[in-house]
Ligand binder design. Structure first.
Ligand SMILES: C[S@@+](CC[C@H](N)C(=O)[O-])C[C@H]1O[C@@H](n2cnc3c(N)ncnc32)[C@H](O)[C@@H]1O
Length: 248
């Protein structure tokens, strides 16, 4: 497994202040680290074997998730993002690792018509917000629409067209979205999810004022925990694949 921290450190020693500044808004988040760890655990054990086959990340952002798979024996690494800045940041990171990658700027699956992948990765925007954008991040970074599901639903709806037979998707999924709604959407398409990692993520204070008040304040303790001035959000990584006989 490529040591991403080593590579990122080596790279930050090489780049000048202007380039580092250009990538700062796309810095990886704690959700990125969560997804990387879950995927590494999946690669180490069931159900992914080697080679990994064709890998795609939807919403590459910093590029750290794809970069963490450099040297992992994937047949190909592909990524999309709606933000050209994310595509540039990812290209720079992959170039610094000497890792070939295919990147396309566009909405979700749009640049990937007719293509299937063995491994699909995504940490899509999943925050319920009335308008895009908050300090320090590009506008589309976290914006999930009023109920948070705007991007997630489109991502999941595309899976039957883009997941190869026997393939798996690993998707970051916050409790704001409601697991029942996700399970319903997947079941209607012959897919099923299981939780492979769970955490309470600190909710960045700068996000709170731009979040949909009804969703934020309506969330129960299974979704949101408030500890003094701090707010934590239950977040899972879902493994999604074709539904088996046991999946209702
Ligand atoms: C929460 S960030 C995660 C990025 C990346 N996984 C990382 O941690 O560095 C979500 C990413 O999805 C991208 N995104 C948002 N809406 C999108 C869409 N409709 N199609 C493709 N990418 C999208 C954003 O630009 C952002 O880079």
């Amino acid at each position: 497994m490529t040591d991403i921290l080593e590579h990122v450190q080596a790279r930050s020693d090489q780049v000048g202040p202007q380039e580092a500044g250009a990538d700062a808004a796309f810095r990886p988040s704690e959700y990125t680290g969560f997804l990387i760890h879950a995927v590494q655990a999946a690669i180490a054990g069931h159900p992914l074997g080697r080679p990994l086959g064709r890998v795609v990340e939807i919403g590459v952002g910093s590029g750290a998730v794809l970069a963490s798979l450099a040297g992992c024996g994937a047949t190909s690494l592909t990524g999309t993002d709606v933000d050209p800045g994310a595509i540039r940041a990812t290209q720079r990171l992959m170039d610094s690792l000497g890792q070939p990658v295919e990147l396309a700027c566009g909405d979700l699956w749009a640049p990937l018509a007719g293509r299937r992948f063995d491994l699909v990765l995504a940490n899509p925007p999943h925050f319920p917000m009335l308008a895009p954008g908050y300090a320090g991040r590009p506008p589309q970074w976290s914006f999930g629409g009023p109920d948070g599901r705007l991007v997630m639903d489109q991502l999941l709806r595309g899976l039957p067209r883009h997941l190869a037979p026997g393939g798996h998707a690993y998707v970051v999924h916050s409790a704001f979205l409601g697991l029942a709604a996700t399970n319903r959407l997947l079941a209607e398409r012959g897919l099923a999810a299981r939780i492979v990692a769970s955490s309470f993520m600190p909710l960045a204070p700068e996000k709170l004022p731009v979040m949909t008040p009804a969703v934020l304040h309506g969330a129960g303790p299974e979704a949101i925990q408030r500890i003094g001035p701090h707010t934590f959000l239950r977040t899972d990584v879902l493994e999604i694949s074709a539904a088996g006989p046991g999946d209702a």
